[in-house]
Each structure stands twice: as C-alpha cells, then as structure tokens.
Design a protein around this ligand. Sequence first.
Ligand code: SAM
Ligand code: SF4
Length: 529
Amino acid sequence: MNEEMRKEQSKLTTETSTDKKSSADKPLSEKTTEDFAHYFQTTYQPPNINKARKRYREDIEVHYDFSIPEDMKSIGADKKFLIRTFGCQMNEHDSETMAGILMQMGYEATTEEKEADIIIMNTCAIRENAENRVFGEIGHLKALKVENPNLIIAVAGCMSQQETVVNRILEKHQQVDLIFGTHNIHRLPQLIQEAMFSKAQVVEVWSQEGDIYENLPKARHGKIKAWVNIMYGCDKFCTYCIVPMTRGKERSRRPEDIIQEVRHLAAQGYQEITLLGQNVNSYGKDFEDIDYLFGDLLKDMNKIDIPRVRFMTPHPRDFDDRAIEALAQGGNLLDHIHLPVQSGSSEILRRMNRKYTREEYLDLVRKIKAAIPNVTLTTDIIVGFPNETDEQFEETMSLVEEVGYESAYTFIYSPREGTPAAAMEDNVPMEVKKERLYRLNELVNKQSAESMQEFEGKVIKVLVEGESKRDPNVLAGYTEKSKVVNFKGPKSIIGQIVDVKITKAKTWSLDGEIVTKITEVNEDAKIFT
Ligand code: SAM
Ligand code: SF4
C-alpha cells in the first residue's frame, strides 16, 4: 500500500453500518473486525488476513523523506519509553527503529516499567506460546495503567497483523491504547499523538505490504554488532507459517542504500553486521531494472572494511551458485551458514510446501561443503507436523546426523490460524511430539558437544562483546562460527577481535585464555600485538 492508498483507507470513522445488537450477541470467535468498528471515533484500520495473503503487482516505492513533524518533535520531552521485544532478529531490529523514532520525539529509554510513559510490546506470531506470553504481559500491564492512566500501552509487530488478535485485544484488553502493524512503523509519531489525545483505542494495521522507508532513525543496541535489513517479506508460503501474512510480499532494498548503511556502520567502528531477511537469499529477485542478486551483494559486502558479515535466514531453494561462489571467497564472509531444513522427509517437506526434497537439500549441503570446506551448518527443525509418522521423523534424525549440524533450533509444530496446515487433520498425539522433540534435542546436543571438542587447544578469533552474564570478572565473546567463549581479560578489549586459546570445551560454550598481548601505554591507550 502506498501513502495515497493509505490516506484514502485510513480514518475510517465509526458509527458504520455495523448492526450493534447482532454483533453484541455473537461469541468472540465469530466477531469480525467490523463488529468492533462502533467502539471507535478515531483511526480504525484493522488487519485482514485474506488481503494479506494476496500478492499485488504494484511497484514498491522507496521513500527517502522521513522526518518527524515539527509539532511532534518535543512530544516526548521529559517522558520515557520501554520497548519489549518478542521473536526474531527482524523484530529486534524493528524495535531499534521504533526506539530511534521515539528518541527523535524527545523520549528517553528506560528499563523500568513504572517509569515509562509509553510501553510498546513488539510481538511475534510464529508459535502459539509466543502469543500466550504476550497476552500474559498485556494482562499484567493493566495494574500499571490503573496507577498511571496517562501511560500509553501499544501492541505492535506480527501479532497485530492478525484479525483474531486485534479483536481479542479490543474485546478484553481495554488498557491497550494503540495497535499498529509491521508495515507502518514510520507512522509512529502520528499514531502516538492520536493515542495521547483520543479517548478510544487507535488501530492502524495495513494488511497490504508497504513501501520501503529508507531513512528511519535507528537506536542500535550496542556499538559492536548491527542488524541490516536487506529485504522485507516472504513469498514462500510454507503451509505452517504465518509470516507471509504478517510481513507481506518480498521486497528488496536497493543495493546502494545497503552498501551505504554498511559503510557507515564500518566507519562508526562496528565489527560485525548481520544481513537480515525472512528469506534473505531471495534478495534481488524482485528487481526489474538490474541483475543483482544475493551473491552480488555478498561480494560487495566483502569489499567493505568491516571484519565480520553474517546473514539470516536463507532458504535452501534460493541458495544459488552465485551465493556459494561469493561465500567461497571468504574474507569477511563467515563460514557459518544457518540453513533451515524443517524436516528430513520429502513427503513432509512437500506438505510443508518447502519446494525441495530431502535429496535436493543434501545435494545443496554437499555443494556448499565442497566450496567452503570448513563450513559450519546449523538449522531449524519442526517436529510433529500433522500426521508425521515415526518413519518420517526417523528420516529427520538421520538427516541431522548426515549433515552434522553443530546446533539447531527445534520446535514442536504449532497450528497458526489462517495457514493451510492449521486446517489439516492431525493424528499425532502431543505426547508423541514431545518425545520426538526430546530425542531430536538429545542428538543435536551430542553433535554440538562433539563440535566444541575440536576447538580444545586451538587459538581462535573472538569478538569480545562484554562481561559474562554469570561472572562480571570474565569476558564473553563469539567465534566466527558463533560459539560463545568465556575468558579473563581487561575490559578495555570489549569491542575488539582478539586471539583466545581454548582450554576447555563444554556443550554450549568454550573456556579460554587470551593470547593477544595487550601493552598498556597509558590510561587511554592500549596497544595490541
Ligand atoms: N524464513 C526462514 C525459513 O524459511 O527457514 C525461517 C523464519 S521463521 C520466523 C523461523 C522458524 O520458525 C522456522 O524456520 C520454523 O522452523 C519455525 N516455525 C515457523 N512456523 C512455525 C509453526 N507454525 N510451528 C512451529 N515452528 C514454526
Ligand atoms: Fe515462513 Fe517459509 Fe517464509 Fe520461512 S520461508 S518465513 S518458514 S513461509
């Protein structure tokens, strides 16, 4: 949806033709967002999952002209904000954008709920338990709202893009003042202003994906590692997944904008960037004017003076030779690839609409290993997809061994309303699904522990991120293959890449001793040798 369409569609004022009497009689599960319309005298643009499923052919506009309207620049003076983020890196990065906008409006960050004048819950819809946690938190915020009626409570992110969630909030959680979605974060100033001065709940969720907004401010978390969005949305429509409905169609940022952002991060001293996309390696497939794909972007990233470049999350089907060839060049492109497989059974993969078979996935793995001999592979796996048989689950177990993943995010399938899989019959009892998850985790843990053993006695490069959470006298950092290393050293090396000799391998982390010599020159300057 572009700005013009938005202007036409928004500001749906209330007292529509909704039949209040019949609407009030309906149970919550049967109510539509139209039934709620009569509560509003303000912006009321609810989500629509059918619209979100469609893919439109309109051109995506790239906007470079974001600015905070003059009268909203000091709306947050002497006020504080708190953003609670659930879910993936994409959400983490969206929260950095929201924080950047709020800071330009004069707000200051706080971690104390009681101090906050605005609390934003940036939510995740990927599994039911993520949603339950958010509803728990929303319920808990009710007491704060009673104590401080001026507090603004906002719900943003993927959950807001779902009609049933919005209806549930409108019906049961009157303490929520504002609901906005993933496509209109740039409208935060106007929406906050409206929530402040309106007596009704403000709802603005665009179901049709938005344009690309380039110059949104970002309050990045830390000065060492940074997320960089390279594309938005997903067109894969895996049958279990809600993301194509909550994040809209695939759309890539222009290469020059990404390169400029990464150069700027390098100039600021960032040591590592992660290129982000729901489907990061389908980057560029939507360009009609240039032949520039993910592999080309990787090659350009390799020319930038930033020590480490990662990416999340590639889809096996889009992993083309151009990307493999670029990664094989090494340089700042790390040899750790997270390659979600989801299942080891071709039949389950077919029903998941993953668009590859077990054999095709294994061929890809062989190709990657041949081009990047030292590569580390990790993955995502779903167990207990509807009607998954014992044999099909065993195929997943054998694939995990064959590939030799060093770690994996493993999940029990969670039905998501509005997805094709949610309508599938499922004959697998929860007990069986839990047992499968347990066995899979045992295998993954074993492989992880084995991969850690290989580092004992070796000297490896560690990006020092800060103090260990368990012991402030110990520093913690990450290797190129994303292994956590704990070791003793001066705090002055936080943010640097140093050599560490590994003394002990554990299942999930490594202990080590710093090898890089640090010559103390004076209070302010340290020399590394
Ligand atoms: N786009 C990435 C891909 O295709 O691999 C993954 C993005 S998704 C946000 C992260 C992971 O959540 C998926 O790889 C999948 O394993 C898991 N997931 C998604 N929907 C799920 C569902 N309904 N139940 C359980 N796990 C799910
Ligand atoms: Fe979801 Fe599949 Fe898209 Fe990944 S590729 S975000 S699992 S629909």
